[in-house]
Design a protein around this ligand. Sequence first.
Ligand SMILES: NC(=O)c1ccc[n+]([C@@H]2O[C@H](COP(=O)([O-])OP(=O)(O)OC[C@H]3O[C@@H](n4cnc5c(N)ncnc54)[C@H](OP(=O)(O)O)[C@@H]3O)[C@@H](O)[C@H]2O)c1
Length: 199
Amino acid sequence: MSYAIVGFGKIGQALAHAFARKNIEVTVASRRPPEGLAPQAGMIGPTVVAKSLRDALEADTIILAVPFGEHREVAKALPNWEGKTVIDAMNAFPVPEELDGIPSSAFVAKSFTGAKFVKGFNHLIAATLATDPIVEGGHRVVFLSSDDEDAIAPVAALAKQLGFAPVKLGKLNEGGALVHARGRTWGQLIFQDLFKKEQ
Ligand SMILES: NC(=O)c1ccc[n+]([C@@H]2O[C@H](COP(=O)([O-])OP(=O)(O)OC[C@H]3O[C@@H](n4cnc5c(N)ncnc54)[C@H](OP(=O)(O)O)[C@@H]3O)[C@@H](O)[C@H]2O)c1
């Protein structure tokens, strides 16, 4: 599997730390040229490699860590998302009216036609997500939800590799609603920093 993080701000860098901690190679990209990201990537760790957006999108698994409104720009960068897994680490807050009641990740998924689409790694503040997820033998929980049950397993495997304990919430508008904002209210599981003894 190959991994890319699109968006190298607070959440993108927090996730890059998680990959670096486990020596897993990950590409990072934003609108800036890779030379602009390389110093920060290098400081996080040698497995964090800055590339252009186009080159980063060659990865099998792409984590979206851009501001919510930018997801369409990222989606446009590839003509076809077949064969890709997209992990939506974004939050929409306050929820824009254009969503018209559908979960933000279901809205985003519409732009990534053909991809296996999973919401995850979105419920913690970046400073928390950046720290070691293994504390006193417990594993920090990340919540995963998707309308495609088969899509969750490889993302759960990645979460485990990174040291997190994945908890599957089911469909985006069912358990997944707990990690989506509604209007101006955060979902009940957002910002809950929970740990499990077993992964
Ligand atoms: N901050 C948190 O604690 C937190 C917690 C949970 C979830 N989130 C969610 O995570 C997402 C990112 O938040 P953040 O706090 O990390 O934001 P941020 O610090 O502002 O970083 C956003 C990143 O996205 C890049 N970017 C913007 N538009 C882009 C585009 N069209 N294509 C490629 N890259 C683009 C920016 O770089 P360039 O300007 O160089 O393109 C920047 O690296 C948001 O959806 C937010 O709701 C944030």
